[in-house]
Design a protein around this ligand. Sequence first.
Ligand code: SF4
Ligand code: SF4
Length: 328
Amino acid sequence: MSKRQVAMVMDLNKCIGCQTCTVACKTLWTRREGMEHMLWNTVNTQPGAGTPHGFESMGGGFRDGVAQPGQRPSVEDFGKAWNFNHEEVFFGGKGEISLAADGGKHGKGPNWDEDQGGGEFPNSHYFYLPRICNHCTHPACLEACPRKAISKREDNGIVLIDEDRCKGYRFCQEACPYKKIYYNEVEEVSQKCIFCFPRIDEGVTTACSRQCPGRVRFVGYLDDPEGPIWKFVTKHKVALPLHAEYGTQPNVFYVPPLSPPKIDDEGNPTDEPRIPTEYLVSLFGNGVHDALKTLERERERNKRGEKSELMDLLIARKWLDMFGPFQK
Ligand code: SF4
Ligand code: SF4
C-alpha cells in the first residue's frame, strides 16, 4: 500500500476530443523506435469500441479478488502507426491533401469510432472518453508479472515498469483489464503511461493535463482535502472510476456527461437525458444516478446566481488550481 496516491479526475462535460493530450504525451514519451503505434493517452468516442478495439471484452482484472484470464491485444487492435504523405504534399509538390498515405489500410485507428456515437436522429449522441493507465491501487499488471518488473511507488502510488527487468512475457498485457500496456517489439519490453513521474517529482503536473485546452483534467492526491481530487471524489461524489467491477481500484475518475433531453415522437423534449443513463451506469456504476443529480442541482444553483463550490471547481477559472500541489 502506497503512503499517498496521485490521481486524476476528468470532467467529460468539457472534453472536445481535440487529442491535444494524446499529442502532448506522444511527443514527450513515445518517440523511441518500436513506440510508433503507442498512444499512452487515448481519447475515444463513446458509445464505441475504444482503444484497443473492444478492450472491454478482453478480460483480465479481478473478480472477488481472484485474477481473471485475459486476452493479449494485438498491434492491430491498438491500431498500427499511420503513414502520412506529408513528404509528397509539402515538399514534393504532388498529392492533393495530406492523408494517411496507405489509404486507410492501417487497421483500427486510435479513435476508430470518431464521432459516430449511438442512438437515432433526433436522439443521436456521443461524448469523448480520454483514458490513461489508471495507476490502480490493486494493479493486475503488477500481480501478473513473474519478473517483479512492475512496481507501485510508495510515495505517490504511480505504477511503473522497470524495462531492465522486463523480459517481454506480456502477462501484464493480458492481466490489465483496461488494456493500457503496449509492447515494444524493437526493445522487446512492455511500456505504458508513467503519469509523467519526472514532472510530478518536480511539482509539475502531467503533460496531458497541462496542455488540455478544455480544462478537463484535474490532478492531485486522493486524500488531500485542500486539493480538487478529494473534493470531486469524496466530498461531492461526482467523479467515478471506469469499470470499478474490474477490481483493480483505478485512480482515474470521471465526471459523467450531462446531456440535453431526449425528443419524443412528436418532437417534444422529454424528462430523459439524450445519453441513456443505463449506458453511463454500464461504464461508471450506480453512482452515476446521484452524480448526475448533484451536477444538475449545482448547475441550477449557479444559474440562480447562488454560490456553488462544485461548479466553481468544475469551471476551473483559475487554471493552476486544477493541479493541486503540482502547480509549478
Ligand atoms: Fe496496471 Fe492496467 Fe491498472 Fe495501469 S490500468 S495500473 S496497466 S492494471
Ligand atoms: Fe479532451 Fe483535453 Fe484531451 Fe482535448 S486535450 S481531447 S479536451 S482531454
